[in-house]
Design a protein around this ligand. Structure first.
Ligand SMILES: *[C@@H]1O[C@H](CO)[C@@H](O)[C@H](O)[C@H]1NC(C)=O
Ligand SMILES: *[C@@H]1O[C@H](CO)[C@@H](O)[C@H](O)[C@H]1NC(C)=O
Length: 202
């Protein structure tokens, strides 16, 4: 008789032991998730990452000369780069800027690398020179019409390799892509420039 009662009680004990183990693991995992979550939240609150703000403040075209589907011209832009972050400064290790019309790149240039402090506005002056740039027939024709009309809508692209610095920690390289479109530029200096806001892709 004692053996028959002993059997089920051992099984119950084993089941209880398993349940206890599962509870333990579940609790451990839950605790881990909560700890990781709180850590990320605290880092997020401390750093308060904010989007970079790019605008084009001024643009002009000089020495525009279009002949036989070839273009000579200098495009000048004043680009305003705003880092609104109070903790993260930015290393711009390489910056490439290009100007396009109708999806055709007319010219590009590189800018000097720089370090942008926290809560800083830096204005980048850039002259982008098209030197006998070969254009497609249709782009050439359209540009000629734009020139006659007095203004042209251009796209300005920036591509930068950047790193963030928070305290002594530096992030890895990230590619920052900026598109300012459409940038209305007047061929004559008399008309005032309309500020253009850019889209940021990081
Ligand atoms: C552009 O300038 C170069 C010399 O700098 C000249 O050889 C070429 O003909 C010019 N092209 C146009 C379209 O004016
Ligand atoms: C932004 O930082 C640059 C140095 O990278 C400095 O020359 C400039 O004065 C700063 N501008 C402002 C508004 O703090």
């Amino acid at each position: 008789m004692p053996t028959s009662t002993a059997q089920p009680s051992t099984a119950t004990a084993t089941r209880e032991k398993h349940t206890g183990l599962f509870r333990c693991i579940a609790f451990f995992l839950l605790a881990l998730i909560v700890i990781v979550g709180i850590t990320v939240l605290v880092i997020w609150i401390v750093i308060k990452p904010k989007r970079l703000v790019y605008t084009i403040e001024d643009g002009s075209i000089k020495n525009f000369n279009l002949n036989n589907n070839h273009l000579n011209s200098t495009f000048n832009f004043l680009i305003r780069a705003h880092n609104p972050n109070g903790r993260a400064s930015i290393y711009y290790d390489s910056i490439e800027v290009s100007v396009a019309y109708d999806d055709q790149t007319l010219a590009f240039n590189t800018l000097e690398p720089f370090h942008q402090p926290t809560r800083n506005v830096t204005r980048l002056k850039t002259g982008i020179v098209a030197e006998n740039a070969a254009l497609s027939g249709s782009v050439s024709k359209d540009l000629r019409v734009e020139k006659a009309s007095g203004d042209v809508e251009l796209d300005v692209h920036l591509k930068a390799k950047i790193r963030f610095k928070v305290g002594i920690w530096k992030s890895g390289h990230r590619t920052l892509r900026i598109l300012c479109s459409p940038v209305m530029v007047h061929f004559s200096k008399s008309k005032s420039f309309q500020r253009t806001y850019c889209d940021i892709d990081l």
